[in-house]
Design a protein around this ligand. Sequence first.
Ligand SMILES: [Zn+2]
Length: 303
Amino acid sequence: METLRDLSLARGTLDRAGLRRRDPDLLRLLLKDPSTRIVELVGGRAQVIESDRDCALLLRSPEEQDAFRLTVFLGQDGHGTAYVGLVGAIGDAQDPSGTAPWRTLREVGVLLSDRDAGMFATLQGLANWHASHTHCPSCGAPTEPDQAGWIRRCTQDGTEHYPRTDPAVIMAVTDAADRLLLARNPNWPQGRLSVLAGFVEPGESLEAAVAREVFEEVGVVVEQVRYLGNQPWPFPSSLMVGFTARAIDPTLHLDQEEIVEAVWASREELREMVLAGRFGISPTVSIARRMIERWYGGLIVTT
Ligand SMILES: [Zn+2]
């Protein structure tokens, strides 16, 4: 089975050059080098240069005050140019010229180049992790960044803490008539439907998580769980791993706490729902959208 390629947030091209992170002077030296490219993230937004067709991250040379910010080494390109992400405070988001708007990864993830989409996803994930791991899980003392922003170290006991990625499964479940299962989470607005998803639990394989989540949420037993593709989803720290699965019996028994409505949709029904505006579809940046379109057999254009 063909896997999903070119998922919006799985396109990064930079060499992460992980061994360079061991150099304790790396960031200090890179922040003195005018050829270093800085990308700034403030409150989940980065500045972009927009054109009619696409957009690019605004990259700049280092400035003196950058040394006082949280910075992370994102990697280097084929020419040896180093890229450093900077996590700013909310008050930093200023653009006196007004030419480069601040955008979220959800907004521009599809429009960015491979390099820029990968950098934005990496920086967003690291920024989220730093913000939520300010203290040591062993002793409670403050932690501080080390290894070019890729670990945090406890200031008391010296323990090292690494960025977290939480695997989540997302599944396109079909029945014998090749209808697709779409459901609405109670936190979503009325009319928004998507494929099912859930976090992988400790001690569980990805395939077992698919079967468990589908059974828990809609009471359906599945078989033929097959891998489809994956992409990072740093909101705040997921890796979305996509699968297809086949329902043995399409009868639905919803867990109302997790799912408020669920339907088996044929391609014709999906088309009607979208055109009638009854169906809010997952955004193009998501793996969910790509999975729905893969089943549908083409792009789904929403107005
Ligand atoms: Zn500690």
